[in-house]
Design a protein around this ligand. Sequence first.
Ligand SMILES: *Cc1c(COP(=O)(O)O)cnc(C)c1O
Length: 226
Amino acid sequence: MAGIIENVSSIYKRISYTAQRSGRSIEDVTLIAVTKGVSVKGIIEAVDAGVRTFGENRVQEAVEKIKGNELKGLSDNIKWHMIGHLQKNKAKLAVGLFDLIHSMDSIELAGLINRYAESAGKVQRVLVEVKLSSEETKHGIGKDELEGLLRASETMRHIKVEGLMTMPSYSDNPEDSRAYYRELKRLADICGIKELSMGMSGDFEVGVEEGATMVRIGTLIFGGRG
Ligand SMILES: *Cc1c(COP(=O)(O)O)cnc(C)c1O
């Protein structure tokens, strides 16, 4: 496996090529480097490669890295996103840590985030995670409940819903993700929201083709998690 810097550079090239081919621009797509299980040393190498946005899927692991001494000097330059399922008892901690939470998936969770954001004196940017896959293990709100959640969030002054996120059913074939991503884009258009977090190591080009504004990539940057 090539080094992190080579990996990042190759991913930027692929995003750029795919964006252009789809009539979009690389500026429309943010690369989120997913650092679950990745050491601080790896994170620093990714920063050196030009990555500025990082994603963690567990609050506890994130807090150790973000608040740890090793990344202190970098914290002004990088942003952290919560991309994994957010448990209600971790909402308070998450509000203190993340610029963007990708996984708001219930009115109850929205209420908690709003309350903690108010206490913290911030407006928490969030995406709503929508469950389009029928897999038991996938999180997110059902399509039918999306409008209700968005309407409830509009009354919450310390939350700003900026877009949608989804996780497709697992498959080795990136083309299998296309229907999920196209559907997410359709829902965002109906709801009049702009950001679309869709695409991972195996299928990010399909995500970009279907309108992703953020792709979440771990394995292709840092190697397998073993
Ligand atoms: C781990 C993870 C990713 C990245 O997956 P890779 O296949 O390693 O790129 C993206 N999104 C979420 C929610 C994840 O947990």
